[in-house]
Design a protein around this ligand. Structure first.
Ligand code: BGC
Length: 418
């Protein structure tokens, strides 16, 4: 694509028409999603699995009109959100009209505020009934999911669904839920991990077919978190083998499936946060970040180079790429601006080098429920004051991000265009 020159002769890092926005997921922002496996997971064993339950989250179920107006006002031209399966299909085969009406209105509101919706049909939470039947390990799991996705397309319609993300992080769900045991169903079983991982690759393909059966206007893709996985001790054979094996499961298996062809969608979603160094002598076999590196409130290393690796890997599929998540949990908003700066520079370089990246969505629009870690890790460009009626407070990083959106230039983040 190369660097782009505007009429005024100023070089842009990002082309006109680039999609800019922020991402969220239903369970993390809506509140009271009490019919899902996650809701149960938050409450079982006296709450032992989570820092705190999600409760009202940021009450976006009720406050979406103001929230979407806020994001549109911050210059975003796209917004990624998810629809909650457990609300839409509360019992097998029974679809809830009111919940569909709600999301129709949410998406109309996104559009009315000048933003293109990116709609995820499954972001970590399962209806309680689906989980009770064995979740992704049930024989007909993929088929059931595809039936739901087709219903979403039929009821919400292609105009509200210009972009659909079929599965959010098909590798993270099995990793956290079936191998590390920190997400529901809380298992630690390698065979189940592999089985769920493959089921979720199939779920993507089946969802693409389901969407196509309803409309050819919906542009769809899967959203892969491509972690920079490395051996902690490059000289150690055990670490090297472990890293190679996890890379196969966490990225190559999914990328191979996409490269294998057939209808695998129209784009690939790339999600990237950090590097993970694998150490076979530890349990779990994950090394802490190297001494002295910058880290985030998640304890994750800031490692922008990993984003380039993720883009290079995803580009081998041969479809356009959208960065559907990238962001930082921090209590220091100036660190957020630095993170954006280093990561957006990587994206700009990748575009200059010919990688077809068409959009960037920061994780996250708002502070939200960070799964097992609860509310302390604050990812939002809009902070939520949990002691003051969930008041939204726009941080300076949101204004800095807006300048990038308006100018198409990374340096506008730190040097306001004048
Ligand atoms: C998920 C988000 C999550 C974020 C930060 C991604 O794995 O899609 O739901 O909040 O990372 O942990």
């Amino acid at each position: 694509m190369g660097a782009c020159v505007t009429l005024a002769g100023v070089t842009r890092d990002f082309p006109e028409g680039f999609l800019w926005g922020a991402s969220t997921a239903a369970h993390q922002v809506e509140g009271n999603n009490d019919n899902s496996d996650w809701w149960d997971w938050e409450l079982v064993d006296g709450g032992a699995h989570v820092h705190e339950p999600s409760g009202v989250a940021i009450d976006q179920w009720h406050r979406y009109r103001d929230d979407m107006a806020l994001l549109g006002g911050l210059g975003h031209n796209a917004h990624r959100l998810s629809v909650e399966w457990s609300r839409l299909e509360p019992e097998p085969g029974r679809f809830d009209d009111e919940a569909f009406d709600h999301y129709a209105d949410v998406l109309d509101t996104v559009l009315a505020n000048g933003m293109t919706p990116f709609v995820t049909t499954y972001h970590f939470t399962l209806p309680r009934w689906f989980a009770a039947r064995g979740g992704w390990l049930a024989d007909d799991a993929v088929e059931r999911y595809a039936t739901f996705v087709a219903e979403v397309a039929r009821r919400l319609g292609a105009e509200r669904l210009p972009f659909v993300c079929t599965v959010n992080e098909p590798q993270i769900i099995p990793l956290e839920g079936y191998l590390l045991g920190v997400f529901p169903p809380g298992h630690e079983d390698f065979d189940e991990f592999q089985a769920a991982n493959r089921a979720l690759a199939s779920a993507h393909r089946a969802a693409v077919a389901a969407l196509r059966s309803v409309s050819s206007d919906i542009r769809t893709g899967t959203c892969l978190q491509l972690i920079a996985l490395e051996p902690a001790r490059p000289d150690d054979e055990g670490d090297r083998e472990l890293a190679a094996m996890m890379r196969r499961e966490m990225s190559e298996m999914h990328l191979d499936d996409l490269r294998a062809g057939g209808d695998v969608g129209d784009w690939v979603g790339v999600q990237y946060y950090s590097r993970t160094r694998l150490d076979s002598s530890r349990q779990p076999p994950i090394a802490p970040p190297p001494e002295g590196v910058e880290t985030t409130l998640m304890g994750w290393e800031v490692f922008p180079e990993g984003l380039r690796r993720a883009l290079d890997d995803a580009a081998t599929v041969g479809l356009p790429l959208y960065i559907t998540e990238n962001g930082i949990a921090t209590a220091d908003d100036t660190q957020r601006v630095r993170y954006l700066d280093s990561h957006l520079r990587i994206v700009a370089d990748a575009i200059r080098d010919g990688i077809d990246v068409r959009g960037y969505m920061y994780w996250s629009a708002f502070d939200n429920f960070e799964w097992a870690r609860g509310y302390p890790p604050t990812f939002g460009m809009v902070a939520i004051d949990r002691d003051d009626d969930l008041t939204r407070r726009v941080l300076p990083s949101a204004a800095a991000y807006r300048r990038v959106i308006e100018t198409g230039r990374v340096d506008a983040l730190t040097a306001p265009a004048g």
